[in-house]
Ligand binder design. Structure first.
Ligand SMILES: Cc1cc2nc3c(=O)[nH]c(=O)nc-3n(C[C@H](O)[C@H](O)[C@H](O)COP(=O)(O)OP(=O)(O)OC[C@H]3O[C@@H](n4cnc5c(N)ncnc54)[C@H](O)[C@@H]3O)c2cc1C
Length: 578
């Protein structure tokens, strides 16, 4: 979807229409066509439902309905006339994104997530608008399935368009700066629209820094909403400036603290909060976890056409909030200790969070490829995820992927849509050994993908960014050079349990032991023989583990979600047994 949806926005003549963004040009603006469902027209009945908690009013040409950076704004429906959606309205670099007439609504995902607006909306022609308070729209989305789904789907598509067009946050810095890599990764993982201006390749970026009086040692510079400058901000500072929510516990001691907001953690948040537990979920980087980096999950029940990990995550976050869960990103758990009758989760962002019951859902991280100079290229040409953001960066280039599992297969199929050529390097002799049949079939059918089995990467070539690599046939020892401007690595995962130190028992590979697999060390379990450890409970009573982090878990989205739901049931049992 995103691909076509993006070209829909730019294909509307957005760039060509820049000159029309003056009062004289307003009349000539034509409405952006809606070919993919990003700009649906509301029915009369839907407008009537929204009008019940909104206000109609006349709007004049040039009237600004909301501006870039507004922390919150009403939900606007155009009833008559036309509204233009513009990045940096009124500035020399203003950019027209789309134009909307009667029956269409304005805004995108920020309406539902509480983030600030990434663009302005301005009346291009006189007309009438309906302004509905944000809270009221969130309630309607939650209670009216038809209207809710229409708005939600359009908002998700619009976010995808913004990401594709590079609207939003500007990150200015050198490709050699690890902080540039960190900020770009944070923006991509959190599905924040952004663009990167490379100081090494873009003279305009350098002169902008001079104009702003920002010395190179203060870069990367982040420009928000065309006006707010952040000099090498931490992820937490950037998150706060954009309006990503911090965790706000509803009680002095929360019933349930979930650490990690991938599919397992989000599932715990949804089920815990919907069952009335005061629930806080934290994530060190972004909601969605590994699944959030997947371009298309095709084997998750109920989505026959597949669903992108980003969409699945955004939907789950909205659902968890609807039930009252508090989600905090970024917030990294650094410790877990018993504190009187409850647990305290230490955080890198502030005071420890107290909770009666804890669910560990910190999942796993992808392994680094053991090849010289890999760290030199990380942040510029080596990636551990293949989402829309990465696909944009290597459009038209030859790329290489290392790995033989489903994540490598998905990445190959996804990247082949934009890349000039994709080379998939698989260590085993048979592609079907660890990859699902449906993906193998798709790969075989895709001309742009070349598969090299029993092949491993030995060298990375290039000075500043990747130019190519040397691959070795691990049967014959023959080496060959391949062109590649980007390398994607999907070679298995290690559990994210380092922060637990020795608090809970782990297996030999570092995954958390639960249920019968735990052989309780003395003193960690109540003496009462009637108090049995449940299936997902760790060596500490009241501390559970769900999803990929758990020893013996099936590494799938569906099982992570299922374990999250099951954990909540077991949490209730533990609470009742005291
Ligand atoms: C590219 C890719 C494609 C995939 N495709 C599929 C597919 O098609 N079908 C399928 O079924 N499965 C797929 N998987 C596997 C699936 O995504 C995982 O099994 C699933 O995400 C596991 O969920 P989880 O919540 O247990 O852990 P994760 O998704 O790993 O989430 C864990 C979260 O915990 C956070 N975290 C870690 N440490 C801390 C800490 N100390 N404090 C706070 N937060 C922390 C992380 O930031 C992360 O967000 C894919 C995986 C990848 C990488």
């Amino acid at each position: 979807m995103s691909e076509s949806a993006q070209s829909q926005a730019s294909g509307a003549g957005a760039d060509a229409a820049q000159g029309l963004l003056t009062p004289d040009g307003w009349q000539a603006l034509s409405e952006t066509p809606d070919s993919y469902g990003a700009y649906p027209r509301l029915s009369d009945a839907q407008i009537t439902a929204l009008a019940a908690c909104g206000a109609r009013r006349r709007a004049e040409p040039g009237e600004t309905l909301f501006r870039d950076g507004d922390p919150s704004c009403d939900f606007f429906v155009v009833l008559a006339g036309k509204a233009a959606v513009v990045e940096g309205y009124g500035s020399p670099g203003q950019r027209l994104i789309s134009v909307h007439g009667a029956g269409r609504f304005l805004g995108e995902l920020n309406l539902l997530t509480g983030q600030a607006a990434f663009y302005s909306a301005v009346m291009a022609q006189a007309g009438e608008i309906l302004a509905v308070p944000e809270d009221c729209v969130r309630d309607l989305v939650a209670s009216d399935p038809t209207l809710g789904d229409l708005i939600l789907r359009a908002c998700l598509l619009r976010r995808s368009i913004l990401i594709g067009l590079g609207i939003g946050i500007r990150i200015i810095g050198s490709r050699y700066s690890p902080d540039v890599g960190r900020l770009r990764d944070f923006a991509a993982r959190n599905r924040l629209p952004h663009r990167w201006e490379d100081l090494e390749a873009d003279p305009a970026a350098e002169s902008l820094l001079r104009q702003l009086g920002v010395p190179p040692e203060d870069t990367p510079l982040v420009i928000l909403y065309g006006k707010q400058l952040l000099r090498n901000p931490s992820n937490a500072t950037l998150a706060a400036a954009i309006g990503l929510p911090a965790a706000v516990p509803a009680a002095a001691v929360s019933d349930l603290i979930v650490i990690g907001a991938g599919p397992a953690g989000l599932s715990v948040a949804v089920y815990g909060a919907s069952e009335g537990l005061s629930t806080v979920a934290l994530d060190a980087t972004a909601t969605g976890g590994q699944a959030g980096t997947s371009s298309r999950i095709e084997n998750y029940l109920g989505f026959p056409a597949g669903i992108s990990g980003a969409e699945l995550a955004d939907r789950a976050v909205i659902q968890a909030r609807k039930f009252g869960a508090s989600l905090g990103v970024p917030a990294r758990a650094t410790s877990l200790r018993q504190n009187g009758g409850h647990y305290a989760v230490g955080l890198d962002t502030g005071e420890p969070l107290p909770g009666r019951v804890i669910v560990i859902a910190t999942g796993a991280r992808y392994r680094r490829l053991q090849v010289p100079r890999i760290e030199h290229f990380e942040g510029t040409s080596v990636y551990y995820a293949a989402s829309q953001a990465e696909a944009q960066l290597c459009r038209g280039d030859p790329v290489a992927i290392v790995g033989g599992g489903n994540s490598a297969g998905q990445a190959a199929v996804f990247l082949a849509r934009n890349a000039e050529r994709v080379t998939l390097l698989v260590r085993d002799a048979d592609l079907g050994k660890s990859m699902s049949r449906y993906l193998v079939d798709q790969i075989v059918r895709t001309e742009q993908i070349e598969v090299l089995c029993h092949t491993e990467v030995r060298e990375l070539l290039g000075e500043d960014t990747l130019r190519g690599l040397v691959a070795e046939d691990n049967q014959s020892g023959a080496r060959r050079q391949l062109d590649a401007r980007a390398l994607f690595v999907f070679i298995g995962a290690v559990p994210a349990t380092g922060w637990l130190s020795s608090q809970v028992m782990l297996d030999d590979h570092g995954f958390v032991l639960t249920g019968l697999a735990v052989t309780s060390p003395a003193g960690t379990w109540p003496a009462d023989p009637g108090s049995r450890r449940s299936a997902l409970e760790t060596s500490l009573p009241g501390v559970f583990a769900a999803g990929d982090v758990r020893s013996g878990s099936v590494k799938r989205v569906a099982s992570a979600v299922g374990e999250g739901a099951m954990a909540v049931h077991l949490v209730f049992e533990r609470m009742q047994s005291g």
